[in-house]
Design a protein around this ligand. Sequence first.
Ligand SMILES: Nc1ncnc2c1ncn2[C@@H]1O[C@H](COP(=O)(O)OP(=O)(O)O)[C@@H](O)[C@H]1O
Ligand SMILES: N[C@@H](CC(=O)OP(=O)(O)O)C(=O)O
Length: 341
Amino acid sequence: MSIQILKFGGTALLNQQRRSNAISQVKRALSMGITPVIVVSAMGRYGNPYSTDSLVQLLNQPSDANYTLIASCGEVISASLFSNLLEQEGIPSKCITGLDSGVYTTNSKTASSILYVDPSHIQYHIQQGMIPVVAGFQGSSVYGEITTLSRGGSDTTAAALGHALHAQEIILYTDVPGIMTADPDIVKDAKIVTHLSYEAALLLASKGARVLHPEAVNWASKYQTPIKVTSFDNQTTDEGTFIGTLTNPCDKKITYSLTSKPFNKESSTVSIVIDPLSESVFFSNFLKKVLHQNHIYSLSCTHGSIEFQILTRLEKSIVSFLHEIIDKECIYHSHQHPLYI
Ligand SMILES: Nc1ncnc2c1ncn2[C@@H]1O[C@H](COP(=O)(O)OP(=O)(O)O)[C@@H](O)[C@H]1O
Ligand SMILES: N[C@@H](CC(=O)OP(=O)(O)O)C(=O)O
C-alpha cells in the first residue's frame, strides 16, 4: 500500500474555494491508487473565526490547561469539517483528534514535543476503507490529556505520521508555490527553490522561515521520507519544492534562501542559508565578496549559512536589499556557470 500524507495548512483551508481545492487534491491521490492520510490545521489566520489565534484570543490570561484546550479546538473543527466534505463526495472518512491519533507527546502544555507515534488506530481505519483526517498540532500525553505542539506544529504531525506509517511522501499544501528564495510577503520577486537537502531545510526552518517547521524536517529525515511543499492550487505534485536526499547532480545546483527571526526586543537575525550539499563553499566565498563590495559585513559565517544581526525595523528592507544583490549576481553568473540557479 502506497501512503501519502497530505497536510493542509490554515492558509489552504481558509475558505470554501480552497477547501474544495483540497478535496480535489485528495481525489487526485485516490485516482492514482494512493492511500491518502490527511492532516489538517485550523482554518485561516487571525480574524478568521476558527483559526488558532482567533480562538486563543477569546481567553483572558488563560491557565496552561485552558490555553491548550482552546488552541486544540481549531484543528478539531477542521478535521470534522474536512471529513464531512469528503463524505459528501462519497469518500468514506474518519476524523481523528490528538487523543486517538496515537501521537504521544511530552506534557509541556503549550509547546509539547512528539515522543512517538503508535499508528495502529489510523491503520485500523485505513483497513476499514476510511480516509483518516487527523487534527494536526496536537497529541496526547501519556496520562491521556490533550496536548498541543509548538506553533506551526501541524507540519510536525504530518512528518511524524509519515515516519510511523512508512509513507512514500509527505505533501505540505500551503499558500505559496513552494519554498522561495525569501518570504514572498517581503520579497515580491522571490523565486521558487526546486530542491533542498534535509540539512538546508532544517537550517532554513530553524532560522525563521515559517513555511516549514524544523521538527517536521527531523521526523522526515529519520527514514529519508521526501517532503513536498506546494501550493493548494497546483495541478500536479511535480510543482513545488522537493526536500529529500539529493541524488541527481542537477538537484545539487547552488541554492540559497533568505530568512529572518527576532533575536531580542529590538534586533533580528537575518540569515542567508546556502544548501550545504550544493557547491556551497564556492558560493559562500563568492557571496562574502559581493557583500563586502556592498559594505555589508556578516556577524557569523558557518557551514550552510551567513548571518547578520540588524535592528528589527530594518529587517524587511535589509532582506529585500540582500535578495536583490544576490539575485542580480546569480543571474549575471548563470551564463558562465551552470550551477547557478
Ligand atoms: N522562504 C520562504 N518560502 C516560502 N514561504 C515563506 C518563506 N519564508 C516565510 N514564508 C511564509 O510562510 C507562509 C506559509 O506558512 P504558514 O503561514 O505557516 O502556512 P500554512 O498555514 O499553510 O502552514 C507563506 O505565506 C510565506 O509568507
Ligand atoms: N494552527 C496551528 C498549527 C499549524 O501548524 O498551523 P499552520 O499549518 O496553519 O501553520 C498554528 O497556527 O500554529
